[in-house]
Design a protein around this ligand. Sequence first.
Ligand code: ATP
Ligand code: MG
Length: 150
Amino acid sequence: EEVDLILLTEVIVEELREQAEKKKIQISVFSDRDVKMMGNHTLLLRMMMNLVQNAISYGKEHGHIDILWKEQGDMIIGEVKDDGIGIAQEDIPKIWDRFYRVDKSRSRENGGTGLGLSMVHFIVAVHGGQIHVESKKGEGTSFIFQFPKM
Ligand code: ATP
Ligand code: MG
């Protein structure tokens, strides 16, 4: 099915607005006018939900989250960027593992299971895409992904 990624992003931002407001986090979306791809709407929604939810959970009070979408040739490029707690270099390869959480005692307050990113990784793969993370502890984290349009 054809998935309108801008519309999907608006739905997620609306859904997470209250949660973001609690931490006074501002979410902005930057994108080309029309970004659409062939894919599974439910899975792509879940993927973006997980990434933006993480950005809020591991974001700082009064922080910012930027969501970017653009088309480049036959590829779609997306990014979810926060200015939160960041991830230490040595932990970055492990975050995709099922049940892995960087700081279990602190993360427990957020009530997660550690399954979110393994699901994200799976959903990207199902769509023939790729994802990587850039992060600096204490400065923030950016998840950058790309998909073939179809
Ligand atoms: P859940 O299953 O509820 O998503 P979770 O958020 O702990 O639980 P993942 O989403 O898989 O699990 O993330 C794994 C770990 O990676 C997190 O516990 C956190 O330590 C780290 N992490 C993920 N996203 C970010 C981010 N944006 N900034 C900093 N750390 C992050
Ligand atoms: Mg998560």
